[in-house]
Design a protein around this ligand. Sequence first.
Ligand code: GAL
Ligand code: ZN
Length: 665
Amino acid sequence: MARLAYGGDYNPEQWPEEVWQEDVRLMREAGVTMVSVGIFAWSKLEPEPGRYDFGWLDRLLDLLHEHGIRADLGTPTVVPPAWFYAAHPEALPVSREGVRYGFGSRGAICHSSAAYRAAAARITERLAERYGRHPALALWHVHNEYGVPVGACYCEASAEEFRHWLRARHGSLDALNAAWGTAFWGQTYGDWAHVDAPRLTPSVANPAQQLDYARFTDETVRGNFTAERDILHRLSPGVPVTTNFMTALSQCDSMDYWAWGREVDLVTNDHYLITDGRRTHVNLAMAADLTRSVAGGAPWLLLEHSTSGVNWQRRNPAKAPGQMARNSLAHVARGSEGALFFQWRQSRYGAEKFHSAMLPHAGTDSRVWREVVGLGADIAALAEVAGTRTVGDAAVLWDWQSWWAQKLEWRPSQDHDARERADSWYEALFDRHLTVDFARPEADLSAYPLVVVPALYLTTEAAGRNLRAYVEGGGTLLVSYFSGVVDEHDTVHPGPVPGALRDVLGLTVEEFAPLLDGERVRLDGPEAPALTGDLWTEVVVPRGAEPVWTYADGPAAGRPAVTRHALGTGTAWYVSTRLGPAELGAVLAAAAQDTGLPDRAELPHDVEVVRRAGEQGAYLFVINHSGAEAKVPLDVPGTELLTGERVIGRLSVPPGAVRVLREES
Ligand code: GAL
Ligand code: ZN
């Protein structure tokens, strides 16, 4: 891509063809370069089994091409037509409670259904044969948001496939019995045929069985993606294939995106602001950083976000003036090669008619439209940024499988939430103006001065060795409680907790001591004020580590709360209670003294400062989320791409504005 992409989902099948002319005219006015089409169009493309109607899509792609707009062409396999389900009701997924879902929405798919797989392959082949070399085609968009709204299916076909998957994974029933710890509660299996999906059970279902089912589901769904991808590669060579992820932890929890990132030609993501009380621009930055990390640091593309409100939360605030551009350009700062929306023209009917769009019901005489046109111009002005990579300062370890394991029932505290810990640590790093790369626990971490580990409950032995080598080699590691506890089968590592991280942290945990609702503990440390923790404490026994903060009260009073362990040429820190983002900042500041991290204390609060760099140069993105003018000191002079001004010494960014400086080398 020689420029940044701009556009959105385009659903012309909802409109008479006369409207298409106005669409392309307005698309050009807004600077649209790419639209996603055909995602939900199976029933229009194949109105009866084997009878195809491609005429409208021929005309549409030609029209787009005439107007210089490229197509991200969907395979419509997220919604098979009603006739398909009439013939194959077994392709509708079954919930854990044993209830079969119905038709009339979207994404009602049993991913183990042979009939679904065959039908998806057929429509994908037809599309690839017909459009695989169309000049408008830029990208293939397989399916839509695999993993939501239904992840796992509990039908008999899925259970049968699970048994095959288990044989391949465990080899023998003895190995399965050992891995699942079936000696507990008398669950030992003597015949493969008796092994089942973890259906609704009277009490807690076997945790290792549940964890394997989550893995099986993820792999099965991914297998259906790669089957379509391979067809497209064969029939449409040279055209990249993607499927839109939802990396935000609030939006999809069932897909292991580390594995997915390796299977797509271009990582693409959908992101929506969630009004859950947290700062939305921080959540956005986190999702963008996670997406870039899933892409291995390479450029990726924001395929969907919203111009204003969504319509699927309890209350759906409209975006404030300027917020849309800040959101879009924050994704670009963190590696996106453009910004696309759901959707181009706001629907008049259906489930999402109150979801905002680029062209709203209000028409072109509206704030949203004027901002859409303005953003199109900004995106065009940033063309030269394309292909550069965002520069990360520190790594945060994230592992979807460990998250799945932590969601299982019957833990020391059911209120412990791995996602909340990741969010809070991320926020603390964001507020120190550090750009975060996420990394797998087994990844090479040696490039990072600081690695943060929020709640890595499931830690493999290999990950434990990796983290130890990282610290011995001079790294600074910061580990949160409930990490290093179990192996990949949800079995506690032998010996005292945290088995996989005992050596590197230089401590053992004698007992978990979670707190009741409303209880708080005080931590005395190197400097006033004291910190306060809640939810979780532990009886920590130092075995090489030294206490830095100590519990002043609570069940572990007098014991270490935050520790530091010097090992090799590095240090490993441990935080055994739940601290909020501001207080994690105090721990980060203490640990930062052990690192070569940049100190950005002089930068104003709620102002994002992120760098993208490549062969063509380096670009400093400054996004001012605050209500005051921000003054950002510059290392080098440069030219600001959105205003064209040359800037020396300090860059002034008005409240709510974005600036992008091409730095002089
Ligand atoms: C996405 C989905 C779109 C649209 C959008 C807005 O998750 O891919 O089709 O539904 O959300 O709700
Ligand atoms: Zn099924």
